[in-house]
Write a protein that binds this ligand. Structure first.
Ligand SMILES: Nc1ncnc2c1ncn2[C@@H]1O[C@H](COP(=O)(O)OP(=O)(O)OP(=O)(O)O)[C@@H](O)[C@H]1O
Ligand SMILES: [Mg+2]
Length: 257
């Protein structure tokens, strides 16, 4: 299946390279964010404090403003009030250290898999793009067109593309929603192992509360434009998805959504 870890030696990461990758995460603070579209107030003073490296799952009903929130954090949109603070500094506009992965892979069909990952074309981009593909277990598909990949493989390419810049904050907007159950579990394992290795600060939007408690350190619920519920998931990793405590936690969260 995923040979990512086995291939690390080939990628030319020495012990030194590995050390540099660890602890990438930066703290993320959302301070009283407000965003309205016409009369409709979507985010109404939403605040959230995420320590560096924490993995937070965000759940909430459809239309509650989750994607809007992601666009504000990544800098694709601006709040009417409030601010986003990363590593203690207020930010505005797009940041290299903050990357967003969407539900659909959004690959360019006329570019190879490798070129899709190395879209920024920084010096040495081929090697870094190949490295990122190795990390998601797809180095052997570097020269293929996106069209010949499966949905899960395309999403792994999209994941490689957001990882290539070594983000400090990774935002995932329903990234596995369109995948079948088995592929989804594979993607969970991949994401968890990458996060355990790099510790980027992670916000994962999901409709799937089982996914939220399986992956996150903390689950928050958005309702009426604000945080309505906030709970830590203390179960040890790797988590046993059949753990009755996780099931009980899921039921508790669902009541709050
Ligand atoms: N550019 C926009 N112009 C007008 N309204 C918008 C715009 N973007 C979002 N909205 C509205 O803001 C609300 C929140 O949308 P958003 O996409 O953030 O919801 P969501 O929580 O991500 O929902 P879903 O779970 O269905 O993806 C919706 O009512 C939507 O119609
Ligand atoms: Mg959305």
């Amino acid at each position: 299946m995923l040979k990512r870890l086995d291939n690390r030696q080939d990628a030319g990461f020495g012990a030194e390279g590995e050390a540099k990758l660890k602890g990438l995460g930066k703290s993320l603070k959302l301070e009283a964010l407000k965003r309205a579209f016409g009369q409709r107030v979507v985010l109404d003073g939403l605040s959230l404090d995420v320590p560096a490296g924490q993995f937070v799952a965000i759940v909430g009903r459809s239309g509650v403003g989750k994607s809007t929130l992601m666009r504000l954090i990544v800098g694709l949109d601006q709040p009417e009030a409030g601010q986003v603070v990363i590593d203690g500094k207020p930010v505005r506009g797009l940041q290299d250290s903050v990357r967003l992965l969407f539900q659909d892979a959004r690959l360019l069909p006329w570019q190879s898999v490798l070129s899709n990952v190395g879209i920024a074309r920084a010096p040495g981009w081929r090697e870094t793009a190949l490295e990122a593909l190795r990390e998601v277990g797809l180095a052997d598909r570097a020269n293929d067109w996106p069209a010949v990949l499966s949905g899960g493989q395309r999403q792994r390419v999209a994941l490689a593309r957001v990882l290539v810049g070594r983000p400090s904050v990774l935002l995932l907007d329903e990234p596995f929603g369109a995948l079948d159950a088995l592929t989804r579990v594979e993607m969970h394992e991949l994401l968890e192992s990458l996060w355990l290795e790099r510790r980027f600060t992670t916000l994962l939007i999901t409709h799937d509360v089982a996914e939220a408690v399986a992956l996150a350190d903390r689950v928050v619920v958005i309702k009426n434009g604000r945080l309505a519920f906030d709970v830590d998931v203390s179960a040890e990793r790797p988590r046993d998805r059949t753990d009755p405590e996780l099931a009980a936690l899921q039921a508790r969260i669902l009541k709050e959504v």
